[in-house]
Design a protein around this ligand. Structure first.
Ligand code: ATP
Ligand code: LTN
Length: 329
């Protein structure tokens, strides 16, 4: 069994990235003892929208340190930087030659981002799902842990694997997505019907894993709720409260029902303070580990080793794919 996933270094990681993705990586690492895991920093994806050189460099290193600070064990998991393996680009081109324009045009993430960005829309933002498919198929991943927003890209990846296999003979494993039971889509604190997004302009809408702990408390205290005064899980009518309940349940590894029961007859203010405390309790040890790791030269060694290990698989796979297509004399 092989697992593959990645995160784009477009900004600081949010609590959404943690609950929807990293927490699952760690859990799967601990539960699936025989599984091979490849977790990477999806830096090629970060230039689908404008990003400054120094910011990108900083973000790449930060994610590497955060992966480990959140509990990924470099002995168990192969951690690497995507752009250091040209095989990702090589297979991405093959996937661009497998996918149809109509399929790319249907991707909701592209449609959303396109609306926000009227000018300077990059070609790579459109072809991005082909690169994501390549990231996954290159390693013959069986399972891909991702948040809900990535489900459509995963479905497309499965379609592309099947299409290529039908055209050229059995080549790729058809992967399955894996979503957490609770927290596959953490919402914005200021607009709780929308996804918590690190690319948002409003800093109060998201919690960063590296946010100052006092600031986290303030952000949760000012999270948008409703005026009903009753703590219940109802996404339609009480999106703000439901989001905080989801965050709480996920961080305490319990169910939403258990949390609703626990907060019976508690005021919104006390409820928010309690959720804030749980978020802070979860993030404090991560920040402490991060602060040590970020200045540790060991981090580069881990990424070097990860790259070398990933390379062995990626190189072989590209040779196989190229041969199937008719390349390589
Ligand atoms: P951007 O805002 O730049 O599009 P993103 O956070 O959506 O960034 P990634 O950083 O690549 O994109 O996401 C990494 C992982 O985190 C993916 O598996 C994604 O589904 C998950 N994720 C991102 N935001 C959330 C969220 N709000 N709730 C749950 N999971 C999330
Ligand atoms: N597209 C994803 C990040 C990503 C990814 C991947 C996730 C790039 N390649 C491969 C899983 C597997 C995102 O935007 N969140």
């Amino acid at each position: 069994m092989r697992l593959v996933s990645g995160i784009k270094p477009t900004g600081g990681l949010t609590l959404g990235n943690y609950i929807g993705a990293i927490k699952q990586f760690v859990q799967l690492q601990d539960e699936l003892k025989d599984a091979e895991m490849f977790i990477f920093i999806a830096d090629l994806h970060a230039i689908t929208t404008p990003i400054e050189k120094q910011t990108l460099k900083k973000n790449i290193k930060e994610i590497a340190a955060l992966y480990i600070a959140c509990g990924l064990d470099p002995e168990r998991v192969t951690l690497f930087v995507q752009s250091e393996l040209p095989e990702h680009n090589q297979l991405a081109y093959v996937m661009e030659s497998t996918v149809y324009m109509g399929e790319l045009e249907r991707m909701t993430q592209f449609k959303d981002k396109r609306q926000k960005l009227e000018e300077g829309l990059r070609g790579s933002l459109f072809t991005y799902p082909a690169l994501m498919a390549a990231d996954i198929l290159l390693y013959d991943a069986d399972l891909v842990p991702v948040g809900e927003d990535q489900k459509q890209h995963l479905e497309l990846t499965r379609d592309l694997a099947i299409r290529f296999n039908n055209l050229y003979g059995d080549t790729f494993v058809v992967p399955k997505g894996y979503q957490p039971k609770t927290g596959a889509k953490i919402k914005s604190l200021t607009e709780p019907t929308k996804k918590m997004d690190k690319s948002s302009d409003n800093q109060k809408s998201y919690i960063l894993l590296l946010d100052d702990l006092a600031q986290i408390k303030n952000k949760i205290k000012s999270a948008v709720t409703d005026s009903d005064g009753h703590i219940a899980y109802d996404i339609e009518n009480k999106p703000g409260i439901s989001n905080l309940l989801t965050i709480d349940a996920s961080l305490l590894s319990t169910t939403i029902e258990e949390r609703v029961n626990f907060y019976k007859n508690v005021s919104y203010q006390d409820f928010k303070l309690s959720v804030a405390e749980h978020v802070i309790d979860a993030l404090r040890p991560i920040q402490e580990k991060f602060n040590v790791l970020i200045n540790d030269p060991k981090l580069d060694d881990i990424l070097d080793q990860g790259r070398d290990k990933a390379k062995q698989i990626a190189y072989k796979k590209i040779q196989k794919v190229y041969k199937k297509i008719g390349f390589l004399r």
